[in-house]
Design a protein around this ligand. Sequence first.
Ligand SMILES: C[S@@+](CC[C@H](N)C(=O)[O-])C[C@H]1O[C@@H](n2cnc3c(N)ncnc32)[C@H](O)[C@@H]1O
Length: 230
Amino acid sequence: MKEEIKEFYSKVAEGEFEGFTEIDVNESPEAENASKHLISLGCDYPLQDIEVEGNEKVLELGSGGGINCFITSQLVPNGEVVGLDFSGEMAVKAQKDINDLKIENIHFVVGDAENIPFQKNTFDIIFTNCVLNLIKKEKAIKSIKKILKPTGHAYFSEIIVNKDIPGKLRKDISMVVTCLAGANTQKELQEKLNQNGLEIKETQNKERILSMEPEGLEFHKVRITAKHIN
Ligand SMILES: C[S@@+](CC[C@H](N)C(=O)[O-])C[C@H]1O[C@@H](n2cnc3c(N)ncnc32)[C@H](O)[C@@H]1O
């Protein structure tokens, strides 16, 4: 499935599909302007309410068209924002669009969120917006723990489900690429975080995005804040 996911998002970068969700951008005119230029594919920006010094080093995993990195660069004007995506087409498009907006503290790298290509203890903040359901969560969480500074925090905005997804739907490619097929229940997701080295500080349940009858599946957004287990 990994190659199919990469191919899908590379086609999105090349303009074959429209962004399929709207991100809640903050209200600055710059953010509104940027949202007209950058592809938005996530479900919810997870750093909305956090407190920062403004000089943090931040990594977004699965950064897509770069909209979350753009918003984050306003949060940390004296810091640095890195977006990582395994689709080269996506990373190149995001970098071009950000360069056009003349933002200097963001850069994009091509890499796999399951094996993040950075040194131990590099980032103050690591976040995702609708990505964990596309990847092997255990590998990604272990990799996050390694490159997150011991004082740092990880933030996740992801989709969860109310019960087990039947096998046939888990393999449905349209469910896979839209981040539904890989969803876990909230309890399972929390356990995966805990068992792979991150302690949960806060979980905020957000609105339902979809119900599927007759399977009885309900998909919700969730925001989780985590830190190292000491
Ligand atoms: C649903 S989109 C979300 C994009 C972005 N976070 C946003 O909010 O617009 C998922 C992104 O994750 C990327 N992705 C999927 N699997 C990945 C992996 N193993 N490593 C890095 N990026 C991955 C895709 O290429 C795509 O750009």
